[in-house]
Design a protein around this ligand. Sequence first.
Ligand SMILES: [Cu+2]
Length: 575
Amino acid sequence: MHFPTGLNTKRDGAGEDLRRLSVEVRLPRISCVSGAINRQLAILTVVVGSIGGVPQVLSQSTVTDAVRSTVTAEMGDVGGTFFGQPPDPRKTRRYYIAAEPELWDYAPSGRDEICGTVLPPDLATGRQESKVRYVQYTNDTFRTRVIANPSLGIMGPVLRGVVGEFLAVTFLNRASQPLSMHPHGVKYDKDSEGAYYRPGPGRGAAVGPGGRFTYVWRLDEAAGPKAGGPASQGWLYHSHVQGDEDTQLGLIGCIIVTDAARARPDGTPADVDREFAALFMIFDESGLGADEQERLEYGLAADSGPMAWARAQQRIELGSRYAINGRVFGNLPGFDVNEGERVRWYLFALGSELDFHTAHWHGLRVVEEGRRRTDVVELLPATMKVADMLADNPGTWLFHCHVAEHMREGMFTRLVVYPKEAVGADRSPGRAFLGLPSARASMRLEKAEAALNFTAKPAWADVRIVGAATVFEAFPAFKETIRVQMGRKAVVFTPDRRGMAQVPGATLKIRNADGSGVVRGGMLEFELRLEGESWAAELRECGANPATELAVTLTMGIGLARHSMTARINCRTAN
Ligand SMILES: [Cu+2]
């Protein structure tokens, strides 16, 4: 597009001649799905002159054409339909996803785990950045988070379904700007497209702060895998209000669609034993927003000489985080498999023209898309591929991007193949497969033991439980009460700033509260001790018996969140 503009001759205060210029403002050729479009069309007045023969932009007035939220908090949920009809509930899988701000750590260990060295200086001082992530909740109260699979890293929860089903995804925006969920590969009507552009954005295009919207996506035949290939297929979803800026925030996840004829009853693909998702993406933490970068690129910045451009380039370079699932330098946990397992990799890339990646496994081979044997799969921005692996080679192997510069910048992690005889990686479907209803727990226990003496007078019990429950990001442990109930007996704790709380017969220790009493990372790790006569009576009532395992309902109320599970407690006779 060309917009010829005429400017009048003026004389500035310094006495330089400003010539009358016929200016052609050439708008960059930007597709209307890019985040840049609104801003570029919004630059209404650009005053161009010449100082000492060098064309200069003297002033500009930018009218920000702000995104108008299509859904506001006041409107309530106006979604939930598919071409005007509610989907058949018997064929619908429901998900509750919030977008929430989070302090993201690209390298939580603080080290280069592959080389065993310190991190490069730019990363050592810039490990943590403000992101916004998709977080899964148990229901539409959005109070209790679901435990995320650690191997997904920055990626949001996996949304799973089988061809013929619907996904109904209730999205709540807890961030401060309009956001959305835009899916690839599935069938949607305009309202469930989740992308903001002209003309006539759909209702789910830009969910404003505090707003919620239920997207309904149909997993029709075209959303599933073709016969003869892998039985499942991976698709990206991401926020799509300001284009790439939303994905740069961290708002990315994936959908897995399984062929109905080759799905297990829980919807997982029957042709593999385990699934992983890996997103290759360079995150820009330079602090130069897309606006500023474009102003520099088109010479519209206040300081836009060649040196400013060079400085900006260096800043972008230093601020680039070459990540797999948002982690760098071997800091992504969870790619653990057992020898002999058939493993499906859903491979993704996103980002800019720098995001051409070559995913490479050491020690193992894959079949790409059911067609080609290889150990390197090439990815471009928004590429979605499936690669199947037989874990036939035990060991700890490098998994990385093979682009030299990306390797130097830390785009690697590890894959562990446990030998057959080892205890190995967790085989439970909730851990082996991504995004399963059986994995939608909000609390897990690492240890649950009870020493019992029912013959003593009085009877006596000593229960020790170590576990973790989900909390909001940056949860202030000392501000909320924690209610613990086992069987019918309950106790209420009020932790102090060290995360300690004590009441008669019960102590609670929050293990991961930081120096100011705040729990970060979304998981509250606790140690619970319940002891004495009254707990002995309660356990006895629940059917406890020394030397057997007791299954008992354990409930924790942490602030507004409620966690409940069947705890399996190892009981023994106290000495
Ligand atoms: Cu790469």
